[in-house]
Ligand binder design. Structure first.
Ligand SMILES: Cc1cc2nc3c(=O)[nH]c(=O)nc-3n(C[C@H](O)[C@H](O)[C@H](O)COP(=O)(O)O)c2cc1C
Length: 177
C-alpha cells in the first residue's frame, strides 16, 4: 500500500506533529451518529455513519459521504437512494454492530441482528430509529477515497421527537481525521 500523502503542511512545521494535530482538530468537530441504509439488487445494508448534513433548503437536499470501498457505496449508487436513521443517545451500542456489512436474517424483518422495515425507497430503516429521512440520489461526486451522494428528501418520520439524539461524542468512537 502506498503511504498516503500528508497534504499541505505549513512551512517550518514538523509534518508528523502537524498531521496528528490536524487529526485531533478534525475529530473534535461535533457530529451526529446515524445508521445509513441502502438496498439494491436484492442486497441491503446499514452502515454506522457520521458524515451527513443538510446542504440545501429548497429543494431539501441531504449530503452523505461514503467510503468508496464500502458495500454501502455500491448499494447507494445502484439503488439511487438511501435512508438516514437518527438514534436515541441510549442506543449507542447499536452502532458498533454496523461497521461491517450487515448479515441478513434470520427473518426478513431482521438485518444485522436488529429489527428493520423497508422504507418507501427500498432502503432499510431500523425499527429503533427515533426519526428517519429517506432520500433519492440527485448528484454523486467522487472526493478522493469517499463519494459524496446528494439526495433529495422524499419521505421522513419521527416516532419520538423528544428523545436526546446520539452523537459521536457520546461514544469512544471517531471517524476521519
Ligand atoms: C463512529 C464511526 C463513524 C463512521 N462514519 C462513516 C462515514 O461517515 N462514512 C463512511 O463511509 N464510513 C463511516 N464509518 C465506517 C463505516 O461504518 C464502516 O467502514 C463500514 O460499515 C463499512 O461499510 P459497509 O458495511 O457499507 O461495507 C464510520 C465508522 C465509525 C466507527
Amino acid at each position: 500500500m502506498p503511504v498516503p500523502s500528508p497534504g499541505p503542511v505549513p512551512s517550518g512545521v514538523a509534518p508528523d506533529g502537524y498531521d496528528r494535530l490536524r487529526r485531533r482538530v478534525l475529530w473534535r468537530m461535533p457530529s451526529g451518529l446515524y445508521l445509513l441504509g441502502s438496498a439494491a439488487g436484492g442486497r441491503r445494508n446499514l452502515m454506522t455513519h457520521t458524515w451527513a448534513m443538510q446542504v440545501a433548503i429548497q429543494p431539501k437536499l441531504l449530503a452523505v459521504s461514503v467510503r468508496n470501498d464500502a458495500l454501502t457505496c455500491e448499494l447507494v449508487r445502484q439503488g439511487g437512494a438511501f435512508s438516514l436513521c437518527l438514534l436515541k443517545r441510549e442506543d449507542r451500542a447499536l452502532v458498533r454492530g454496523f461497521t461491517k456489512p450487515a448479515v441478513e436474517g434470520p427473518e426478513p424483518g431482521m438485518l444485522g441482528g436488529v429489527a428493520v422495515r423497508t422504507g418507501a425507497t427500498g432502503a432499510p430503516i431500523i425499527s429503533a430509529a427515533v426519526a428517519w429521512l429517506e432520500c433519492e440520489v440527485r448528484q454523486e461526486t467522487m472526493l478522493g477515497d469517499h463519494t459524496l451522494f446528494v439526495g433529495e428528501v422524499v419521505d421522513c418520520g419521527a416516532p419520538d421527537e423528544d428523545a436526546p439524539l446520539l452523537r459521536t461524542e457520546d461514544t469512544r468512537l471517531n471517524y476521519g481525521g
